[in-house]
Design a protein around this ligand. Structure first.
Ligand code: C5P
Length: 223
């Protein structure tokens, strides 16, 4: 394995969207490209970490040199994260669907001629970040993401508390920010101690900074 400050460390990274089936040919999804998650996995690998990369159906390919665990739904993602534990750190960058269809049909749904569309009953998905933050095998450092369109810092501070994670990487995804599907990101790192505003940076550079911070934090904890 490559040398570096994360040598001998295991980090779980979630990335990409999830797909929640409606029937065998239809699903509910979101516009996450998986670009930031893939960049984070690559940056952790470059610092010597063993990376379990749990990815939904993303537009961006997984980086080489990480263990790729492909999933489709939030339920599968949660199970894959659980199976990947124990880990020193977890970075939950996936855009997990908040809801899934209660009884996805086993057959393709068809128009019945009545002109009335079907109604889909939905149920909340497991919150993987909140779950891992309270898991028996909780990694010593758990990091969540927060894509916000308003009150970015206040929402991120509240989210950190609510989810029980250590850090939140917040970003402004307002229309016009260009973050969703774009190459750059403007991140705010919220920890228990402070709120750090990072400049607008390429996603690869945000990933490198975050990986450095993770390495520093795990080294501190080991002292
Ligand atoms: O609550 P919200 O979706 O804004 O929180 C975003 C953070 O929570 C991200 O780190 C995301 O990966 C994680 N999350 C999760 N499981 C969910 C919903 C969000 O892990 N069901």
């Amino acid at each position: 394995p490559p040398d570096g400050p994360l040598r001998g460390r295991h980090v779980v990274v979630t990335s990409g969207p999830t797909h929640e089936p409606i029937d065998p040919v239809r699903y509910i999804a979101n516009r996450s490209s998986g670009a930031q998650g893939a960049a984070i996995a690559a940056a952790l690998r470059d610092l010597g970490a063993q990376v379990s990369f749990v990815t939904g159906p993303a537009a961006v390919p997984p980086p080489p040199g990480v263990q790729v665990l492909r999933v489709e739904t939030a339920a599968e993602m949660r199970a894959a994260v659980e199976a990947a534990l124990p880990a020193d750190a977890a970075v939950m960058a996936a855009a997990v669907a908040d809801w899934r269809v209660v009884n996805a049909s086993g057959q393709k749904m068809k128009k019945d001629g009545s002109g009335r569309p079907p109604s889909l009953e939905m149920v909340e998905n497991p919150d993987i970040l909140a779950w891992v933050s309270r898991a028996e095998q909780r990694p010593s450092l758990v990091i969540g993401f927060a894509a916000e369109t308003d009150n970015v810092v206040a929402n991120a501070v509240a989210k950190r508390q609510r989810k029980g994670c250590d850090w939140i990487v917040a970003n402004d995804v307002s229309p016009g920010s260009g973050v969703m599907g774009g190459t750059d990101n403007t991140a705010i790192l919220v920890t228990a101690e402070n709120v750090e505003h990072w400049p607008r940076l390429p996603k690869a550079e945000v990933a490198r900074r975050l990986a450095e911070r993770i390495a520093a934090r795990l080294a501190e904890a080991a002292e």
